[in-house]
Ligand binder design. Sequence first.
Ligand code: NAD
Ligand code: TYD
Length: 352
Amino acid sequence: MPKIVVTGGCGFIGSNFLVRFVPKMTDSTFVNVDKLTYAGNPASVAEIANALNYEFARVDIADAEAVRALFDDVRPDWVFHFAAESHVDRSILGPREFFLSNVIGTVNLLEACRHLWKTADGHVFHHVSTDEVYGSLGAEGAFTETTPYDPSSPYSASKAASDHAVRAYHRTYGLPVVVTNCSNNYGPRQFPEKLVPLMILNALEGKPLPVYGRGANVRDWLYVEDHCDAILAAATRGAPGSTYNIGGSCELANLDVVHAICDAVAEGTGKDPAALRRLVTFVADRPGHDFRYAMDTAKIRAELGWEPRETFATGMKRTVRWYLDNPAWVDGVRTGEYRKWMETNYSGRTTR
Ligand code: NAD
Ligand code: TYD
């Protein structure tokens, strides 16, 4: 029975990964390793919490001794490494935590695996990363797996450093690693500081929809379940040491995303879509705001036969439905800490 450590399994993507695969992969045991930061929410994995092949361990991956002790005890065969500080705006206001969790945390996990795994056989360290490591594109082109790294924010710089560390452990020690770099995800269980859930919840409550700059920045959007399927495909069928770009081939300017969210919320609630669109408020831009991300996903499509199942319209409909159907989850994450963050991030952004 393979033992699988999933770090950050109470966060957005990690929880979707566990909810998707714990019930399907009953011949494997999953250990969810999470510090439970503001972004980690046990309610996100409530539906698998009592599964016989699932355990939870509250551990800070930046604590080397705690990681080592846990790995010596669990002796995982595979690691899916999702845990990270993940929000660009928070990284601008306080970068230090990002380097501790994302860089030191990753190195601690790599060290624990290096000591545990005497041969590469039967093991995979799957590192979950982002397209933001490649920097910003102009109007043309797309990132490939060989695009040089050029990160802009403290978040993307910390992820870039962690990617390099993972590849160094492969080249130096032969650790069996796979790296995936993915574009922007949306879907159930995403903490409402990120664009999509923030706009859904604000639209539901008739609050302003704060769009940075003029809303012209472009992101490539992927439904979270499609990302999870791509990760499993890359970890189980990708060659050791390989990298795959993952993306939705769905480039949209932020203002178009917000308008689509307004329309999906209107459809789900019977509200007037035009009235929701009038909630859009242009606010001061993010410093160092990358203009455009786009992924060339030819490699994962050709080598692993992966492709996204959801379109932006179907994925957004499912996402809005999930937030409407889960008011207790929403109430649970919007604590005093959340209100403090909203005040800190948005009060300094003058409305134009
Ligand atoms: P998230 O912020 O929703 O969740 C992160 C999780 O990691 C939380 O449960 C948190 O408690 C945990 N965590 C943070 N620091 C920790 C530490 N020191 N020790 C243990 N646990 C810790 O993030 P997410 O959106 O689910 O992203 C998961 C991974 O996917 C990240 O590595 C991120 O860089 C990457 N990624 C995210 C996106 C996206 O659009 N969200 C896109 C591409 C890649
Ligand atoms: P975000 O969800 O923070 O993801 P990332 O910065 O990792 O791409 O932001 C997505 C885009 O939306 C990004 O261009 C910034 C923009 N944005 C807004 O316009 N308003 C907001 O309130 C937020 C959170 C983001």
